[in-house]
Design a protein around this ligand. Structure first.
Ligand SMILES: [Zn+2]
Length: 157
């Protein structure tokens, strides 16, 4: 009446689900990493879309959403790294992931604001944080809500 010897079948865990992990961010190789932080990695994006520089910061873990503190940390790291990588240009931006192709893995893309870039039309439609390298100012653009100069007293509708 003892069948305990068969209990070890179906317990093979050496080949985890990571092998056929479909997430492209989880599959980014270490050789592509420009900078690594405790919880984040910085890479150059695979598609540059006509920009001289285009970066992505992503969480090391496959997480869709993060707490506010982590998001703040990510922006701080990306702004820091960006001030070096985008030193060739006047202004650059960090984009909200409204057009993100990998919404399940938290990341933020940053690029210069070259008007000749292939995605410039999309850039104008994307909520973004614009960093000015010269005076260090940061401004936010919300294309669906307002344009660069908010005018709370005048409502065209
Ligand atoms: Zn992932």
């Amino acid at each position: 009446m003892s069948r305990d010897d068969h209990a070890n079948s179906g317990r093979i865990t050496a080949q985890g689900p990571l092998k056929d992990q479909p997430c492209p961010l989880c599959r980014i190789s270490q050789g592509e990493v420009l900078a690594e932080f405790q919880r984040w990695k910085l890479v150059r994006t695979k598609t540059m879309k006509g920009h001289k520089e285009r970066l992505m910061l992503f969480h090391k873990e496959h997480l869709r959403t993060l707490d506010e503190g982590s998001v703040g940390e990510a922006y701080l790291l990306l702004m820091n790294a960006g001030s070096k990588f985008f030193s060739y240009t006047d202004k650059w931006a960090i984009f909200e992931p409204v057009y993100a192709t990998v919404p399940d893995h938290w990341h933020r893309v940053a690029s210069d604001l070259d008007e000749k870039a292939q995605d410039y039309g999309q850039i104008l439609k994307t909520p973004r944080m614009i960093i000015d390298n010269h005076d260090g100012t940061i401004s936010r653009m919300h294309p669906d809500r307002d344009q660069e100069s908010p005018a709370p007293s005048s409502n065209p509708l």
